[in-house]
Structure formats: structure tokens, C-alpha cells
Ligand binder design. Structure first.
Ligand code: APR
Length: 245
């Protein structure tokens, strides 16, 4: 490891040890080493599929079967993966920190499976379904789904309980994420291109509230100029170094 990176690793370790309140924001990059494609990288999902055709209310109204085919495929992909050392390192950090909140844009459930507890899921959960008829939310981990599109016991059409393009985030979750960011002493942003709002604003809210902003990504992002410490590398390799305890 380059000597500068060595110094950065020590600075991050010290910041995490001394922090009272730690907040972490993750994106698709933390699940990349588990084998789940990101959205905007070279093999990103949005390179192959058009989000407005699959991840939007109008797409679902137009062809719920097609949208569910795509989510059934993504659920199968996720079901075959495991959390990686990056997910486990964050669960360890939560157990050792005085005050820890994980804010994630990911819907894959790998943070839950790695043992993280205090998770704010900004964009929903691919293992949860919502009935468009009676409004009931329920957990559904069937892979593959026996019926596409699936229906609720009330007869209503089920949809993935995921925030689609053009939809607003659940207000209670967003409010909690906002106040967590304002209160954080250390804010780590890991594996996100920081292009999608309002998630992309949270690191800046933390920074404006005098948090130490630490970014972990494979490359520069729009957030990099605002970071106090930027570490370039794979989250699954860097996080175990930063959180050795
Ligand atoms: N370690 C760390 N960072 C990584 C790794 C890795 N192993 N692999 C990729 N990255 C970084 C990429 O450099 C990129 O900055 O992860 C980021 C992934 O960016 P996106 O694919 O845009 O994913 P994300 O930022 O989570 O997208 C946000 O957009 O499509 C919507 O709702 C969807 O939640 C998603 C939101």
C-alpha cells in the first residue's frame, strides 16, 4: 500500500475510534464484490436496461409482468450472493461504536445478512412486496416467484417495495437519515456515484454540520472534492483494514 494511503488508513482508524456518532451511507459499490452489478459502472445495469422501462411507476402500469420478470431475475441474482468483507466490517463497526447508523441506497439485503442492525433503507427492499390494492407490505423471498406478476391474498397486484424513479422516498426514513447526517461526527460514504438525490445530499449535510467526511470508492466522484479523506480502492479490501477490531 502506498505510504500516503497508509497515513490515510491511520487517520480514518483514529477518526472512527474517536467519533461519538458515526453515520455511513452505502451504494451499489459495496455489493459489487459480492457479484451484484452496480448501476452506472462499465457493466452497470443501466448500461443494459433503461430504468424508465423497468424501475418506474409508468413502466409498471404499462407492463407489470415485464417489470416483475426483471425483479424476479434480480432477486435470483441476489439470492445466490453472500455479504462480502466490506458488509461484515460495517456490522463490526456498529457493534463497537457508541452511536452508529447505516444509511443505504441498496435494496439487496446484504447489510442485514451481514449482521447490521440500525439500517435506514432509503430505496426500499427487494425482499419486500407492497399490495397496490390493500396497501399491505409483506416479506417475500420466493425465488423464482411462482406467478408473474404476483398477487396479494386480497387479489390486488403486488409490486416490489422499492422506490422507483419519479417516486419520493418514505418521509420517515428520509427525515431520520437527514437528522442522522446532521448529528454525525464522522460520515463515511462508500461505493456510491453520489448522483441520485436526495441520498447524494446527505454527505454534504454532514459536512456542513462539521462532520469528518470520509469517502471510499474505486474512483473520483462528485463528492470527492468535499471529502476530508478519500480512499480509492475496493470496499471489501479497504473496510477490513479500516475496521480491524
Ligand atoms: N468498492 C467501492 N466502490 C465501488 C466498488 C467497490 N468494489 N465497485 C464500484 N464502486 C463504485 C463505483 O465507482 C461507483 O461510484 O460504486 C459506485 C456505484 O455507483 P452506481 O452504480 O451509480 O450506484 P449507486 O450510487 O448506488 O446508485 C444510486 O441509483 O439507480 C439508482 O436506486 C438506484 O440506489 C441506486 C441509486
Amino acid at each position: 500500500m502506498h505510504i500516503d494511503d497508509e497515513a490515510r488508513v491511520h487517520s480514518v482508524r483514529r477518526a472512527l475510534r474517536e467519533a461519538g456518532r458515526i453515520a455511513v451511507l452505502t451504494g451499489a459499490g459495496i455489493s459489487a464484490e459480492s457479484g451484484i452489478p452496480t448501476f452506472r459502472g462499465t457493466n452497470g445495469l443501466w448500461r443494459k436496461y433503461r430504468p424508465e422501462e423497468l424501475a418506474s411507476p409508468s413502466a409498471f402500469r404499462r407492463d407489470p409482468g415485464l417489470v416483475w420478470e426483471w425483479y424476479d431475475w434480480r432477486r435470483g441474482l441476489v439470492a445466490d450472493t453472500e455479504p462480502n468483507p466490506g458488509h461484515f466490517a460495517l456490522a463490526r463497526l456498529e457493534r463497537s461504536a457508541a452511536d452508529f447508523t447505516l444509511i443505504t441506497q441498496n435494496v439487496d439485503g446484504l447489510h442485514d445478512r451481514a449482521g447490521s442492525q440500525n439500517i435506514l433503507k432509503l430505496h426500499g427492499d427487494i425482499w419486500q412486496v407492497l399490495c397496490t390494492g390493500c396497501g399491505r407490505r409483506s416479506r417475500n423471498t420466493r425465488v423464482p416467484l411462482p406467478e408473474l406478476p404476483p398477487h396479494c391474498s386480497c387479489g390486488g397486484l403486488l409490486r416490489p417495495d422499492i422506490v422507483w424513479f419519479g417516486e419520493s422516498l418514505p418521509q420517515d426514513v428520509l427525515q431520520a437519515a437527514w437528522s442522522t447526517s446532521e448529528a454525525a461526527d464522522v460520515f463515511m460514504v462508500i461505493g456510491t456515484s453520489a448522483l441520485v438525490q436526495p441520498a447524494a445530499s446527505l454527505p454534504l449535510v454532514a459536512k456542513e454540520s462539521n462532520a469528518c467526511l470520509i469517502e471510499i470508492n474505486m474512483e473520483e466522484t462528485a463528492l470527492s472534492p468535499h471529502a476530508d479523506i478519500s480512499l480509492h480502492g475496493a470496499a471489501g479490501e479497504l473496510l477490513p483494514l479500516l475496521i480491524p477490531f
